[in-house]
Design a binder for this molecule. Structure first.
Ligand code: NAP
Length: 275
């Protein structure tokens, strides 16, 4: 069995690769820079990437590094899924984001979910909440560093049930190697934390975060513009923070424990490991 892992250098993809390899599975990492490259914007790269592949871990890239738009990739991923079905791929595990099942079909990741559900291969959809790992690499880390350790977001005082990407990967691996069909998981960490609580937990660590300040959407957009972030990316983050502020990211589920038999890692575990 060969498993193609897309976004294999990403925060979840790299953990999926490591956990599959630990189980002696033949893994094909697939990004624009992998040995056998896969680029969503270049369909000529797809046949080689799919050659001999049975199962796929699928991620539509999110904001990349913040400096380029990644909108428009969803339709390409749907075309790729059609090709994958025609080349004999039997199982696809798709990761989108918590709440995506409530998004309208115009949202690209929701459109990919719907396309997958209507196609041939057996499918599982994972919808995780915000990653702890964003505190180390990604928009939260960049914003905190730019604010000299103060994270300024238009997220009010709402809480988020942050999750460790290793726990998401553990569920992905079970789904990739299992026999389930049509399963959907809402994946969260074990606790719902405000950004003030997150900042308190990080204060004595090497993470670049020691305080949180809620700000207006306009102030966030101004800070993001000063960082040179692409307007599409800023719009997408702004929408996510609005959703957090409305309390939509605070629910806690036990899907990780149900699938893996283990409790998900806590923020304090993640911070302690960073040191
Ligand atoms: N961050 C969160 O807290 C969070 C929470 C829930 C869900 N999600 C979802 O997780 C996904 C991405 O997470 P992330 O933003 O944290 O990404 P990431 O981990 O930074 O990884 C992006 C990956 O996509 C690859 N990639 C980028 N452009 C590509 C292209 N044109 N063709 C092929 N591969 C490409 C990159 O590899 P190369 O650069 O080598 O090509 C990299 O492996 C998104 O679907 C997002 O909605 C994120």
């Amino acid at each position: 069995m060969t498993v193609l892992v897309t976004a294999a250098s990403g925060k979840v993809g790299r953990e999926v690769v490591a956990q599959l390899e630990a189980r002696d599975v033949d893994v094909r990492p697939a990004t624009r820079r992998s040995t056998i490259p896969l680029d969503w914007t270049d369909a000529t790269s797809w046949p080689n990437a799919l050659d001999g592949v049975d199962r796929i871990f699928l991620v539509v890239p999110g904001g990349d590094d913040g400096h380029r738009s990644v909108t428009g990739l969803g339709p390409r991923v749907c075309e790729f899924l059609d090709l994958a079905a025609s080349t004999g791929v039997s199982r696809v595990v798709l990761m989108t984001a918590l709440g995506m099942d409530f998004a309208p079909p115009e949202v690209e990741q929701r459109a990919v979910e719907i396309h997958l559900q209507a196609g041939g291969p057996a499918w599982t959809i994972l919808r995780p909440n915000w990653f702890f790992q964003n505190l180390r690499h990604g928009p939260l880390q960049v914003l905190a560093e730019a604010g000299d350790g103060v994270l300024r977001l238009p997220a009010g005082d709402a809480a988020v049930s942050f999750i460790d990407t290793r726990d998401i990967a553990a569920v992905a691996v079970e789904a990739l190697l299992g026999t389930g069909k049509g399963e959907e998981y809402a994946l969260t960490g074990p606790a719902s934390l405000t950004f003030t609580e997150v900042a308190q937990a990080c204060r004595d660590s090497r993470l670049p975060l020691h305080a949180y300040e809620p700000v207006s959407d306009a102030r966030f957009r101004q800070n993001a513009a000063e960082l040179g972030w692409h307007p599409d990316y800023v719009d997408s983050l702004s929408g996510l923070f609005r959703s957090i502020a409305a309390g939509h990211a605070s629910a806690i589920t036990d899907d990780i424990a149900q699938v893996t038999g283990r409790r998900p890692r806590a923020l304090t575990d993640f911070v302690r490991e960073i040191g």
